[in-house]
Design a protein around this ligand. Structure first.
Ligand SMILES: Cc1cc2nc3c(=O)[nH]c(=O)nc-3n(C[C@H](O)[C@H](O)[C@H](O)COP(=O)(O)O)c2cc1C
Length: 413
């Protein structure tokens, strides 16, 4: 049987190891992680989710404090329409993160940025335009458009000098979404350079309803490939979601996929941005600890570990400081749910909100432990140490395990 290393991904002039580490929002897929993938000849992703917050933590800026100071007067107001991002700070923060990352890049691989379009930031089009254009300005190798795929995204950057040179990819979970995107962006005469097909077992937000279990990645990938063939389109297809071993990956490559996108295995790497104690929660999780629920205010189901502190927590919304999920009208369904609970429990010091969560605050604080369905197998990828904890792995070890392993085996460190 073949292994991943028997294949290469051809993206324009680049010949790559066909392993792409997926974007993991709010600095879970750090620059260090993405750079390891690139150094080893594959593709890594940084993410621009909550970029101002990430910049504060990494580059000593004070964007969050400044935004909160500006809008403090509005904290108790249900209407968040006034809470706008200063686009200049979004540019600066994006620039800081990408410049610092690209300056350290080594090896023959590529570093892309995951751009989650569902982060509507109270001005969806304007903020998305700035995010994408700045990424291109800073020399990012590619942009992957994720959750909430905006059908007109390519048009927002079509006059940028790097529009045809940078790699642009999309994430879809159905042929229908793909066909819609291709139709809408055909006017720009610019096809995506790659298509990530994300199945129902992935981490983060899902492109499925709560009936996700009825779907199967291999079937959707086959449908996408058939559709591309019937349209005479030759675009690399990259399956994602539940590809846990090198053999799982090789099976997709043998059936015509160009590469695979993986993430969950890397959540327990040294380079991953999760705090050390949270990585242990990922290792410890059992199969029935992994749930898909609808608490994300994006409106998409999301997969997470059941014991995530974010579930049921009723903190006051933090839109004046963050506000990444405010829609074009300044609304977020967590704000609505929170105010409903406050009204129902007058005088209570703290409320519980079960149906929605303050995603910005909890992702920022690593209190929402989103994960792939196969997280429960992570404990089998390492050693248990004498103190009962699990040994953290290097990203290089995990990457090479995907690249070289055979027979459904996972090599222990
Ligand atoms: C912790 C975590 C966070 C994620 N965050 C994002 C994100 O911000 N944007 C995105 O497009 N996908 C996100 N994903 C999905 C991954 O990029 C990837 O496509 C998917 O998880 C692959 O499946 P696997 O985790 O089973 O390997 C996330 C996945 C995980 C595990």
């Amino acid at each position: 049987m073949k292994r991943v290393d028997d294949f290469r991904l051809q993206l324009g002039k680049h010949e790559l190891v066909p392993i792409m580490i997926g974007g993991m929002g709010v600095d879970i897929s750090t620059a260090d992680l993405a750079l390891e993938a690139a150094r080893l000849g594959g593709i890594g992703h940084i993410s621009d989710a909550m970029i101002n917050t990430v910049s504060d933590r990494r580059y000593e800026t004070k964007y969050v404090k400044e935004k909160l100071a500006l809008y403090k007067y509005n904290v108790k107001n249900e209407d968040k329409a006034v809470v706008q991002f200063d686009l200049g700070t979004v540019v600066e923060a994006t620039r800081l993160h990408i410049d610092a990352t690209m300056a350290r890049k080594q090896g023959s691989g590529l570093v892309f940025i995951n751009c989650m379009e569902k982060l509507t930031m109270n001005a969806p089009k304007e903020t998305l335009r700035v995010r994408m254009r700045t990424a291109l300005d800073c020399g990012i190798d590619g942009i992957t458009l994720a959750a909430g795929l905006h059908l007109g995204s390519f048009a927002l950057i079509e006059d940028h000098p790097r529009f045809r040179d940078a790699k642009l990819g999309i994430i879809v979970s159905s042929v229908r979404a793909l066909a819609l995107f291709l139709k809408k962006s055909s006017r720009t005469n610019r096809l995506p350079d790659y298509i990530v097909v994300e199945g129902p077992l992935a981490g983060g937000h899902l492109g499925f309803g709560m009936d996700w279990a009825k779907y199967d990645l291999a079937t959707i990938v086959a449908e996408v490939m058939a559709h591309l063939k019937s349209e005479h389109l030759d675009i690399p297809v990259i399956p994602a979601g539940g590809i846990f071993t090198g053999s799982d990956a090789a099976a997709f490559l043998e059936s015509g996929a160009a590469a695979v996108q993986v993430a969950t295995r890397f959540t327990v790497s040294e380079e991953c941005g999760l705090p050390a104690e949270v990585k242990q929660e990922y290792f410890k999780a059992n199969e029935d600890d992994i749930v898909v629920n609808e608490i994300s205010p994006t409106g998409y189901p999301m997969r997470m570990i059941r014991s995530s502190p974010a579930i049921g927590d009723g903190i006051r919304p933090n839109c004046e400081a963050y506000g990444y999920l405010l829609d074009a009208n300044g609304k977020c369904s967590y704000v609505t749910a929170y105010n409903r609970e406050v009204a129902a429990h007058p005088g209570a010091r703290k409320v519980k909100v079960m149906d929605k969560t303050c995603l910005c605050t909890h992702m920022r604080n690593f209190d929402l432990w989103t994960c792939g369905q196969l997280t429960w197998r992570l404990k089998d990828t390492t050693h248990r140490l004498a103190d009962g904890s699990y040994q953290i792995l290097s990203a290089e070890h995990i990457f090479k395990d995907y690249q070289f392993s055979t027979d459904n085996k996972v090599v222990l460190p």
